[in-house]
Ligand binder design. Sequence first.
Ligand code: COI
Length: 370
Amino acid sequence: MGENSIPSFKAADLVVRPSSRPKAKQPTFSFGTAFTDHMLSIEWTLSEGWQTPLIRPLGSLSLHPACSALHYGIQLFEGLKAYRGDDNRVRIFRPMLNMSRMARSARRACLPAFDQSELLECIRRLVELDQDWVPHTASHSLYIRPTFISTESSLGIKKPTCALLYVIMCQAGSYFNDEAEPVSLWADPKYTRAWKGGTGDCKMGGNYGGALLAQHEAMDYGCQQVLWLHGGDHQITEAGSMNIFLHWINEDGEEELATPPLDGIILPGITRQSILELTSKWGGFKATERYLTMGQLCTALKQQRVKEMFGSGTACMICPIGRVFYQGETLRIPSSRQEISSRLTSRIAKALTDIQSGHGLQCDPPFPTE
Ligand code: COI
């Protein structure tokens, strides 16, 4: 039993069956396409509980065609990254926050509880085994994708009696094509990403698959991503699969970095939380969780009170926003005309990169690379 008394698998029992044919480690930074040699898998059944965690060569899953993860989307995932520091040691960025968000998503998906520290320890062992895949170049990383699916082989819609938790990993560069290049957003209330009482604040695949059609419609309007609006007042919620920030002079004349509050429709992003924690200590402006509407953004743009707008997420880290297409008009965000080095996005990106490469305290302690 784990430290917080949840019946769970134990990292101490982990079985490792290493691959006899490791792949050549050619750097492939195209997001989510080139996977490392090994995966972690842990099975669960209602009658027998959690089974022994296993690290084995990456391979296909065998699922019953009635598997309820496929039919009813009873599944969830996480995304976290490991970085190679200047000291050549590998660190995972704030992984316990991902473990606890994963546990929250599992509750929402009616998947079983697990001990978060034990899972993290198993992931650490996986990263250690495949550490040669962690890129040596700054701003590149190893993306870790824990996934938890119901393996129930029944068409009845019911709480799973069997499940599989697995973790795969791939190298990651920039999620979008050019990291510094601002993205364009299509803001239209036609599609909704999340609603109160829904699953938008959990990391479930349906939130992302359900967004695909809107993403394609955004492209028809010449935009790269969707700016998700909510409610009659067109509240700004998220951008694509990112949390969103607005750096502006607010209605009271104060300089503010604002992001929508975690009110049930916003994904509690780890990068979002890190940006709030970092910038609230910087001074010069306040970092706030508050509602923002398109009306407020339009007025602020007209009055030249907007400094920058950007998205944040594990995959992209920080992504500047250059323009928003809304109600037939293109709203230009002024930051795209500023020098890159003078942007707040650059300062935040540098602060995060410094932490990830070992100059800060917020990354997990490294493990030896030899
Ligand atoms: C992440 O930033 O980790 C995400 O969830 C984006 C992913 C869906 C590609």
